[in-house]
Design a binder for this molecule. Structure first.
Ligand code: NDP
Length: 246
Protein backbone atom coordinates (compact mmCIF):
# COMPACT_ATOMS: atom_id res chain seq x y z
CA UNK A 1 0.00 0.00 0.00
CA UNK A 2 1.18 3.55 -0.73
CA UNK A 3 2.40 5.40 2.32
CA UNK A 4 1.50 9.00 3.02
CA UNK A 5 3.58 9.28 6.19
CA UNK A 6 4.54 12.89 7.01
CA UNK A 7 2.13 14.28 4.41
CA UNK A 8 -0.39 16.93 5.50
CA UNK A 9 -3.55 16.64 3.42
CA UNK A 10 -6.50 19.03 3.19
CA UNK A 11 -9.72 17.41 1.99
CA UNK A 12 -12.54 19.83 1.31
CA UNK A 13 -16.07 18.60 2.04
CA UNK A 14 -14.90 15.69 4.16
CA UNK A 15 -17.73 15.65 6.71
CA UNK A 16 -19.80 13.21 4.65
CA UNK A 17 -19.90 11.06 1.53
CA UNK A 18 -16.83 10.51 -0.64
CA UNK A 19 -14.77 13.14 1.21
CA UNK A 20 -15.23 11.44 4.60
CA UNK A 21 -14.14 8.11 3.11
CA UNK A 22 -11.08 9.78 1.55
CA UNK A 23 -10.16 11.30 4.92
CA UNK A 24 -10.34 7.87 6.60
CA UNK A 25 -8.38 6.18 3.83
CA UNK A 26 -5.58 8.77 3.65
CA UNK A 27 -5.26 8.98 7.44
CA UNK A 28 -5.06 5.17 7.47
CA UNK A 29 -2.07 5.46 5.12
CA UNK A 30 -0.30 7.75 7.59
CA UNK A 31 -1.32 11.25 6.45
CA UNK A 32 -2.22 14.07 8.82
CA UNK A 33 -5.66 14.99 7.61
CA UNK A 34 -7.74 18.16 7.69
CA UNK A 35 -11.46 17.41 7.49
CA UNK A 36 -13.01 20.54 6.01
CA UNK A 37 -16.78 21.05 6.12
CA UNK A 38 -19.31 23.82 5.53
CA UNK A 39 -22.28 23.09 7.81
CA UNK A 40 -22.14 19.49 9.06
CA UNK A 41 -20.04 19.96 12.21
CA UNK A 42 -21.34 16.82 13.90
CA UNK A 43 -20.52 14.64 10.89
CA UNK A 44 -17.06 16.23 10.55
CA UNK A 45 -16.32 15.63 14.24
CA UNK A 46 -17.45 12.02 13.81
CA UNK A 47 -15.06 11.52 10.87
CA UNK A 48 -12.21 12.97 12.94
CA UNK A 49 -13.12 10.78 15.94
CA UNK A 50 -13.06 7.65 13.74
CA UNK A 51 -9.60 8.58 12.44
CA UNK A 52 -8.22 9.21 15.92
CA UNK A 53 -9.77 5.99 17.23
CA UNK A 54 -7.93 4.10 14.48
CA UNK A 55 -4.64 5.70 15.60
CA UNK A 56 -4.52 8.46 12.97
CA UNK A 57 -4.19 12.24 13.16
CA UNK A 58 -6.90 14.66 12.02
CA UNK A 59 -8.62 17.94 12.78
CA UNK A 60 -11.94 19.34 11.54
CA UNK A 61 -12.02 22.87 10.10
CA UNK A 62 -15.13 24.77 9.07
CA UNK A 63 -14.84 26.91 5.93
CA UNK A 64 -17.25 27.52 3.09
CA UNK A 65 -14.95 26.99 0.10
CA UNK A 66 -16.91 29.51 -1.97
CA UNK A 67 -15.76 32.25 0.43
CA UNK A 68 -12.21 33.32 -0.45
CA UNK A 69 -11.54 34.90 2.95
CA UNK A 70 -12.64 31.73 4.76
CA UNK A 71 -10.37 29.64 2.52
CA UNK A 72 -7.42 31.96 3.15
CA UNK A 73 -8.00 31.68 6.92
CA UNK A 74 -8.25 27.90 6.67
CA UNK A 75 -4.82 27.79 4.97
CA UNK A 76 -3.44 30.09 7.72
CA UNK A 77 -4.74 27.80 10.47
CA UNK A 78 -3.45 24.60 8.83
CA UNK A 79 0.01 26.01 8.20
CA UNK A 80 0.16 27.32 11.76
CA UNK A 81 -0.97 23.97 13.16
CA UNK A 82 0.89 21.49 10.92
CA UNK A 83 3.61 23.71 9.41
CA UNK A 84 2.71 22.91 5.79
CA UNK A 85 0.16 21.46 3.35
CA UNK A 86 1.38 18.78 0.91
CA UNK A 87 -1.80 17.63 -0.79
CA UNK A 88 -5.08 19.39 -1.57
CA UNK A 89 -8.14 17.29 -2.40
CA UNK A 90 -10.87 19.54 -3.81
CA UNK A 91 -13.79 17.22 -3.13
CA UNK A 92 -16.44 19.69 -1.85
CA UNK A 93 -19.28 19.97 -4.31
CA UNK A 94 -23.02 20.22 -4.75
CA UNK A 95 -25.37 19.01 -7.49
CA UNK A 96 -28.81 20.35 -8.35
CA UNK A 97 -30.44 18.33 -11.14
CA UNK A 98 -33.00 20.35 -13.06
CA UNK A 99 -33.73 21.03 -16.70
CA UNK A 100 -32.05 24.25 -17.81
CA UNK A 101 -35.46 25.88 -18.32
CA UNK A 102 -36.36 25.25 -14.65
CA UNK A 103 -33.02 26.27 -13.08
CA UNK A 104 -33.16 29.51 -11.12
CA UNK A 105 -30.46 32.20 -11.07
CA UNK A 106 -29.77 31.29 -7.44
CA UNK A 107 -29.35 27.54 -8.22
CA UNK A 108 -27.02 28.35 -11.12
CA UNK A 109 -24.89 30.65 -8.94
CA UNK A 110 -24.82 28.30 -5.94
CA UNK A 111 -23.46 25.42 -8.03
CA UNK A 112 -20.84 27.61 -9.72
CA UNK A 113 -19.87 29.22 -6.39
CA UNK A 114 -19.29 25.89 -4.64
CA UNK A 115 -17.89 23.75 -7.44
CA UNK A 116 -15.91 26.26 -9.53
CA UNK A 117 -15.20 29.22 -7.26
CA UNK A 118 -14.52 26.80 -4.38
CA UNK A 119 -11.92 24.91 -6.41
CA UNK A 120 -10.52 28.19 -7.71
CA UNK A 121 -10.23 29.67 -4.18
CA UNK A 122 -8.27 26.74 -2.76
CA UNK A 123 -6.02 26.46 -5.83
CA UNK A 124 -5.25 30.19 -5.69
CA UNK A 125 -4.02 29.75 -2.10
CA UNK A 126 -2.21 26.53 -3.06
CA UNK A 127 -0.34 28.33 -5.86
CA UNK A 128 1.95 29.93 -3.31
CA UNK A 129 1.26 27.98 -0.13
CA UNK A 130 1.15 24.30 -1.04
CA UNK A 131 4.52 22.67 -0.34
CA UNK A 132 6.93 22.07 -3.24
CA UNK A 133 6.38 18.63 -4.84
CA UNK A 134 2.80 18.57 -3.55
CA UNK A 135 -0.28 17.21 -5.31
CA UNK A 136 -3.73 18.52 -6.10
CA UNK A 137 -6.71 16.30 -6.86
CA UNK A 138 -9.85 18.02 -8.12
CA UNK A 139 -13.33 16.56 -8.55
CA UNK A 140 -15.18 16.43 -11.86
CA UNK A 141 -17.85 13.88 -12.88
CA UNK A 142 -18.36 11.15 -15.47
CA UNK A 143 -21.74 12.68 -16.27
CA UNK A 144 -19.64 15.10 -18.37
CA UNK A 145 -19.32 12.20 -20.83
CA UNK A 146 -22.95 11.12 -21.24
CA UNK A 147 -25.00 14.32 -21.60
CA UNK A 148 -27.98 13.48 -19.37
CA UNK A 149 -30.88 15.95 -19.40
CA UNK A 150 -31.15 17.75 -16.06
CA UNK A 151 -27.41 17.88 -15.45
CA UNK A 152 -26.63 20.94 -17.61
CA UNK A 153 -25.50 23.41 -14.96
CA UNK A 154 -23.73 20.75 -12.90
CA UNK A 155 -21.66 19.45 -15.83
CA UNK A 156 -20.86 23.02 -16.83
CA UNK A 157 -19.30 23.54 -13.39
CA UNK A 158 -17.32 20.31 -13.65
CA UNK A 159 -16.13 21.07 -17.19
CA UNK A 160 -14.77 24.32 -15.76
CA UNK A 161 -13.01 22.37 -12.99
CA UNK A 162 -11.35 20.12 -15.60
CA UNK A 163 -10.05 23.11 -17.54
CA UNK A 164 -8.80 24.86 -14.38
CA UNK A 165 -6.98 21.61 -13.58
CA UNK A 166 -5.18 21.48 -16.93
CA UNK A 167 -4.13 25.14 -16.90
CA UNK A 168 -3.13 25.15 -13.23
CA UNK A 169 -0.85 22.13 -13.77
CA UNK A 170 1.16 24.33 -16.17
CA UNK A 171 1.30 27.17 -13.65
CA UNK A 172 2.62 25.19 -10.68
CA UNK A 173 4.57 22.41 -12.38
CA UNK A 174 7.84 24.27 -11.93
CA UNK A 175 7.44 23.68 -8.17
CA UNK A 176 6.98 19.95 -8.73
CA UNK A 177 3.24 20.06 -7.99
CA UNK A 178 1.06 17.71 -10.07
CA UNK A 179 -2.61 18.57 -10.62
CA UNK A 180 -5.25 16.07 -11.75
CA UNK A 181 -8.98 15.57 -11.56
CA UNK A 182 -11.02 12.46 -10.96
CA UNK A 183 -14.42 11.86 -12.51
CA UNK A 184 -16.51 9.47 -10.42
CA UNK A 185 -19.57 7.82 -11.91
CA UNK A 186 -22.75 7.50 -9.82
CA UNK A 187 -21.58 6.86 -6.27
CA UNK A 188 -23.55 5.86 -3.21
CA UNK A 189 -23.79 9.16 -1.28
CA UNK A 190 -26.56 11.60 -0.44
CA UNK A 191 -25.56 13.82 -3.36
CA UNK A 192 -26.44 11.00 -5.77
CA UNK A 193 -29.26 9.10 -4.04
CA UNK A 194 -31.20 12.15 -2.81
CA UNK A 195 -34.60 12.28 -4.57
CA UNK A 196 -33.92 9.24 -6.83
CA UNK A 197 -36.20 6.19 -6.90
CA UNK A 198 -34.76 2.65 -6.71
CA UNK A 199 -35.70 2.30 -10.36
CA UNK A 200 -33.70 5.37 -11.44
CA UNK A 201 -30.74 4.21 -9.35
CA UNK A 202 -30.75 0.74 -10.96
CA UNK A 203 -31.08 2.27 -14.42
CA UNK A 204 -27.98 4.40 -13.77
CA UNK A 205 -26.21 1.38 -12.20
CA UNK A 206 -26.82 -0.58 -15.41
CA UNK A 207 -24.72 1.94 -17.36
CA UNK A 208 -21.67 0.19 -15.86
CA UNK A 209 -20.91 -3.31 -17.18
CA UNK A 210 -20.49 -4.26 -13.50
CA UNK A 211 -24.15 -3.31 -13.03
CA UNK A 212 -23.70 -1.39 -9.82
CA UNK A 213 -23.09 2.16 -8.67
CA UNK A 214 -19.78 3.06 -7.04
CA UNK A 215 -19.12 3.12 -3.33
CA UNK A 216 -17.10 5.96 -1.73
CA UNK A 217 -14.27 3.47 -1.19
CA UNK A 218 -13.97 2.87 -4.95
CA UNK A 219 -13.10 6.56 -5.28
CA UNK A 220 -10.92 6.90 -2.17
CA UNK A 221 -8.56 4.13 -3.38
CA UNK A 222 -7.77 6.17 -6.51
CA UNK A 223 -7.34 9.40 -4.53
CA UNK A 224 -4.96 7.52 -2.21
CA UNK A 225 -2.84 6.60 -5.22
CA UNK A 226 -2.96 10.12 -6.71
CA UNK A 227 -1.95 11.64 -3.36
CA UNK A 228 1.10 9.38 -3.17
CA UNK A 229 4.52 9.95 -4.71
CA UNK A 230 3.93 6.86 -6.87
CA UNK A 231 1.51 8.94 -9.00
CA UNK A 232 3.86 11.88 -9.53
CA UNK A 233 4.18 11.33 -13.30
CA UNK A 234 0.41 11.57 -13.73
CA UNK A 235 -0.18 15.27 -14.32
CA UNK A 236 -2.89 17.40 -15.98
CA UNK A 237 -5.13 14.34 -16.44
CA UNK A 238 -8.79 13.67 -15.80
CA UNK A 239 -9.30 10.10 -14.61
CA UNK A 240 -12.68 8.36 -14.92
CA UNK A 241 -13.47 6.29 -11.82
CA UNK A 242 -16.79 4.88 -12.90
CA UNK A 243 -16.72 1.10 -13.38
CA UNK A 244 -16.62 1.56 -17.15
CA UNK A 245 -19.86 3.51 -17.33
CA UNK A 246 -18.44 6.05 -19.79
P1 NDP B 1 -22.08 14.70 -0.49
O1 NDP B 1 -23.26 15.57 -0.72
O2 NDP B 1 -22.26 13.35 0.10
O3 NDP B 1 -20.99 15.48 0.41
C1 NDP B 1 -20.61 16.76 0.01
C2 NDP B 1 -19.56 17.28 0.95
O4 NDP B 1 -19.17 18.59 0.46
C3 NDP B 1 -20.04 17.46 2.36
O5 NDP B 1 -19.00 17.13 3.25
C4 NDP B 1 -20.34 18.96 2.44
O6 NDP B 1 -20.12 19.49 3.73
C5 NDP B 1 -19.28 19.52 1.52
N1 NDP B 1 -19.61 20.86 1.02
C6 NDP B 1 -20.66 21.24 0.26
N2 NDP B 1 -20.60 22.57 0.03
C7 NDP B 1 -19.46 23.02 0.64
C8 NDP B 1 -18.86 24.28 0.77
N3 NDP B 1 -19.39 25.38 0.20
N4 NDP B 1 -17.71 24.39 1.47
C9 NDP B 1 -17.15 23.29 2.05
N5 NDP B 1 -17.69 22.07 1.97
C10 NDP B 1 -18.84 21.93 1.27
O7 NDP B 1 -21.33 14.59 -1.92
P2 NDP B 1 -20.42 13.43 -2.54
O8 NDP B 1 -19.56 12.87 -1.50
O9 NDP B 1 -21.28 12.56 -3.34
O10 NDP B 1 -19.56 14.30 -3.59
C11 NDP B 1 -18.20 14.61 -3.40
C12 NDP B 1 -17.65 15.14 -4.72
O11 NDP B 1 -17.75 14.12 -5.72
C13 NDP B 1 -18.41 16.35 -5.27
O12 NDP B 1 -17.51 17.25 -5.85
C14 NDP B 1 -19.32 15.74 -6.34
O13 NDP B 1 -19.66 16.67 -7.32
C15 NDP B 1 -18.40 14.65 -6.87
N6 NDP B 1 -19.11 13.56 -7.55
C16 NDP B 1 -20.03 12.80 -6.86
C17 NDP B 1 -20.70 11.78 -7.52
C18 NDP B 1 -21.71 10.93 -6.84
O14 NDP B 1 -22.43 10.20 -7.55
N7 NDP B 1 -21.85 10.95 -5.53
C19 NDP B 1 -20.44 11.50 -8.95
C20 NDP B 1 -19.45 12.36 -9.55
C21 NDP B 1 -18.82 13.35 -8.87
P3 NDP B 1 -21.34 20.00 4.69
O15 NDP B 1 -22.26 18.84 4.85
O16 NDP B 1 -20.64 20.41 5.92
O17 NDP B 1 -21.99 21.11 3.95
Amino acid sequence: MSTLKEKVILITGASRGIGAEIALKLAGAGAKVIVNYAGSKEAADKTVAKIIEAGGEAIALQADVSNSEAVKKMFDVIIEHFGKIDVLVNNAGIMITKLIKDTTDEEFSRQFDTNVRGTFNTMREAATRLADNGSIINFSTSVNRIMLPGYGTYVATKAAVEQLTRVFSKEVGSRGINVNSVSPGPTNTELFTNGKSEEVISRLASLSPFNRIGEPEDISEIVLFLASDAAKWINAQNIGVNGGMA
